[in-house]
Write a protein that binds this ligand. Structure first.
Ligand code: ZN
Length: 304
């Protein structure tokens, strides 16, 4: 499952390529991947121009000039691949860039191979002959067309906490959110999507290690100073992962077909048995909140 940094990498890439393009045609092969009526599609998708590409938690939102948006959830194996026009004349006349390729999401060969392939569920053709492919091997993902005004009202957005990377997400707001579950262990709270949007296992382990907090510590027993440090460490590790091209398992390939440096930013995650980069103690793997959890038993003292 792509985590927040991977989805943000896709957003940044598509935000450079899609705005201004006009949708000419759409094809899909699986109803659940594109659960939209033919009449809505004809009225609000075809001939619409792309205005913005946004993200909320792990969901991408492509806003259209029709006041509708394409809401995209990649789920387990989804990926989006943009293929620029090979028609240079047409691309030039529309002042758009020709022959670019950009993709992100589930790391497999469809990111770099010829498209469409057998994992392609939706293909969007733009008026300059460039294309956007939504590939999804396991068919859990989807692309829904909705009035833009209704997007924030979607059930799965209503219950989602603040975005950890937003400028106005201050340490005070972070602590206020955490304190709503003072008796729960801090790792479970970090993973709770109603507290914070999009923080997965890797980012919880890495930020708790950086802030020297044992994942089993109840929130109410962590000092304010450490919570302030955790706020900054969490943002730092998410940002670092975005710069390093994400964290996805195996051969992650980013926007430009470049392989992401696999977990190169991780100091404890999946490093059990190796020395702690800070003190040399052997990193251990324990279970917290039902998830494999990586700690340095010296730097992160267990709660008494
Ligand atoms: Zn250590």
């Amino acid at each position: 499952m792509p985590e927040l940094p991977e989805v943000e990498i896709i957003r940044v890439g598509l935000a450079k390529l899609l705005p201004g393009r006009v949708i000419e045609d759409v094809w899909h092969d699986w109803p659940k991947s594109f659960p939209n009526s033919p009449s809505d599609t004809a009225k609000f998708l075809l001939k619409a121009k792309i205005v913005h590409v946004r993200r909320r938690a792990k969901v991408l939102i492509i806003e259209l000039s029709s006041n509708y948006s394409l809401v995209i959830h990649l789920k387990m194996t989804g990926q989006l691949v943009y293929v620029g026009s090979t028609d240079k004349l047409k691309a030039k006349s529309s002042k758009l860039i020709a022959e670019e390729k950009f993709g992100g999401g589930h790391p497999n060969d469809s990111l770099v191979g010829k498209l469409p392939d057998k994992s392609t569920r939706v293909k969007i053709d733009f008026s300059d002959n460039s294309k956007l492919f939504f590939n999804d091997q396991r068919k859990f993902g989807w692309m829904r067309l909705l009035p833009t005004a209704q997007v924030p009202e979607l059930d799965f957005f209503k219950d989602i906490g603040p975005e950890p990377l937003d400028d106005d997400f201050t340490a005070a707001k972070f602590i206020e959110a955490l304190y709503r579950r003072k008796n729960s262990n801090i790792k479970a709270v970090l993973l709770d999507q109603t507290m914070l949007a999009g923080v997965g296992n890797i980012y919880a382990d890495e930020s708790l290690f950086m802030a020297k907090i044992h994942p089993l510590t109840p929130v109410g027993r962590v000092s304010r100073t450490k919570l302030v440090a955790l706020h900054s460490d969490l943002r730092q590790v998410l940002q670092l992962s975005i710069t390093k091209g994400g964290s996805t398992d195996r051969n992650y390939v980013d926007a430009n077909g470049k392989k992401g440096s696999y977990l190169s930013f991780a100091q404890v995650f999946r490093r059990e048995g190796q020395p702690c980069p800070r003190c040399g103690t052997i990193i251990e793997k324990i279970r917290v909140a039902g998830r494999g959890t990586h700690i340095c038993p010296h730097c992160q003292k267990a709660p008494k």
